[in-house]
Write a protein that binds this ligand. Structure first.
Ligand code: MSP
Length: 497
């Protein structure tokens, strides 16, 4: 089966912060997990490089727009690498391959009769790059998100007949209740659609930094349509001489945050329908990471720099913390103190210790060879079906809940060590068989959990899988690997800070 997951493409006028990394890490966890299941995976991220805000930011900094986006594309690429993301491609909307394909899709939308010329008059937020309708306008004609005055715009441009898709969109979400996750976001999208859809500008005439329309090159594409199309265009040129569209489209998951719900659940499927292209399978809308009670954002200046956090805690700890601390789909506060607490109590104590102890005891009592024994019946019931449960949760992008399922068993194994007391068993030859069973069960439990944790903690589980002599990273049921394997001791995976 093919599995195609995307992150939003990030604005090419900013520096990456933890909020961006959050979406990227989520998509990466799903991608890695699906690869473990042997699926044919494609994972896309990238940068959104056209539009007025970028042109303006460049001017302010005395750069050309291209110079500005070249820099920030590099920072976003670095960010993805730093959080250990395994994206298969990094799209930039200034790529020639993207531009050509955007033009081709828009031409189709026009041929299909969904584009007309008209005059736009209304309110526009330059920071959102969004035309606001009545219920999106704050007191004194301000932007509800940025709290800045909106611009009154009047311009001649081309329109997309969004209103023609009202019924089809309603039907789409009524007939596919699982398509937007979590469920309350689907209600939000439906409410927006039922509130009535106005046609939207497809192009802008007073801006030049964008993709020119093929039939009217004085106008450039409205940046949101240009940006959304990245998910589709990338497949056409990500691999030289190969078109991956048939293999991966429609996308399995778009991972986004709630700020861009309207674009992804209303504009995007409508535009695809207009072009005669299949709509994405599912969209997961996560919440915001907050510092205190404020959204982390560049304009508010309260951002955690993911590079600094990784410097101190490592990428694994960051990936772990974000999905352990904040319920995926909800807003949630994060803090440096929170990091430290979870790092010590869960990563270092629960998991790191379990791993070190297990390997040390096998080394001390059995010369590093996992005994050839069977699994302890005491653990069988706990581990029964764990791989399927985690897989089912991750099928629904329940990243935090899947992690919780795994963690219950990490704690279970720690309790098992305390209950079974291998150090007592080791003192009496008469208990040798029992000790074999306990050590085998610990090694096997640790192996199963390490494999399940791999998408969350890729670097430390790589070390551990090597120490466990587990060459294959595919998921495995408890008790499926026989003993007799030579394992190695390890240094603490999560050293005390
Ligand atoms: N360029 C558009 C998206 C186009 S997608 C076709 C854009 N870019 S952005 O740089 O502003 O990134 C927005 C996305 O970054 C959010 O949807 C979310 O995925 C992520 N986040 C930015 N700040 C965030 C938090 N504080 N918390 C969680 N995610 C956040 O919008």
């Amino acid at each position: 089966m093919s599995f195609y997951v995307t992150t939003p493409i990030f604005y090419g006028n900013g520096e990456p912060h933890l909020g961006h990394a959050y979406s990227t890490m989520a998509a990466d966890i799903l991608a890695r997990h699906m690869r473990q299941r042997g699926e044919d995976v494609f994972f896309l991220t990238g940068t959104d490089e056209h539009g007025e805000p970028i042109a303006q930011a460049a001017e302010k900094q005395g750069l050309t727009p291209q110079e500005l986006v070249d820099r920030s594309a590099q920072s976003f690429r670095d960010m993805a690498a730093k959080v250990d993301a395994t994206n298969d491609f990094f799209i930039r909307t200034t790529d020639q391959g993207h531009i050509e394909r955007v033009q081709a899709v828009v031409d189709r939308v026009k041929e299909n009769g969904f584009v007309y010329e008209g005059t736009y008059e209304g309110w526009y937020c330059p920071r959102c790059a969004d035309f606001k309708n009545e219920n999106e306008i704050g007191p004194g004609d301000t932007c509800l998100i940025h709290e800045i005055p909106l611009d009154r715009e009047t311009e001649q441009n081309w329109f997309f007949r969004l209103s023609a898709f009202q019924d089809e969109l309603e039907k789409l979400y009524e007939e596919n209740p699982g398509m937007i996750q979590p469920d309350f976001r689907r209600n939000e999208a439906l409410a927006f659609i039922r509130g009535g859809l106005n046609d939207v500008s497809l192009s802008r005439s007073q801006i030049s930094w964008g993709v020119p329309l093929s039939w009217d090159p004085d106008q450039v594409m409205y940046v949101w349509f240009d940006a959304l199309l990245n998910y589709y265009t990338a497949l056409g040129y990500a691999r030289e001489g190969e078109d991956l569209t048939g293999r991966f489209w429609p996308a399995s998951w778009h991972i986004i945050a709630k700020d861009i719900l309207k674009f992804h659940t209303v504009y995007w499927p409508a535009f695809l329908m207009a072009a005669g292209i299949e709509v994405p399978q599912r969209i997961f809308i996560h919440g915001f990471l907050l510092m205190g009670d404020k959204k982390m954002s560049k304009s508010l200046g309260n951002v955690l720099d993911p590079f600094e956090v990784i410097e101190k805690f490592g990428a694994d700890a960051l990936r772990f913390y974000c999905f352990r601390e904040v319920s995926f789909g909800q807003d949630g506060s994060i803090s440096t103190e929170g990091f430290e607490t979870r790092y010590e109590s869960e990563l270092a104590n629960d998991f790191g210790n379990l791993a070190s102890r297990t390997l040390a005891m096998i080394s001390r009592y059995r010369d590093g060879v996992v005994p050839e024994a069977g699994p302890d019946p005491l653990l069988l019931a706990d581990f029964e079906g764990i791989t399927d449960r985690v897989s089912a949760l991750l099928d629904d992008a329940q990243i935090g809940q899947a992690l919780e399922e795994i963690w219950v068993l990490v704690r279970r194994l720690n309790r098992y060590v305390e209950e079974a007391q291998p150090w007592v068993l080791a003192k009496d030859e008469a208990d040798a068989e029992r000790l074999d069973q306990v050590l085998y069960s610990l090694a096997e439990g640790l192996r199963v959990l390490t494999l399940l944790l791999h998408p969350y903690l890729p670097a430390s589980t790589d070390i551990l899988l090597e120490a466990l002599a587990e060459p294959d990273q595919g998921l495995a049921p408890f008790g499926s690997r026989p003993g007799g394997v030579k394992v190695e001791k390890i240094d603490p995976l999560f050293p005390k800070l």
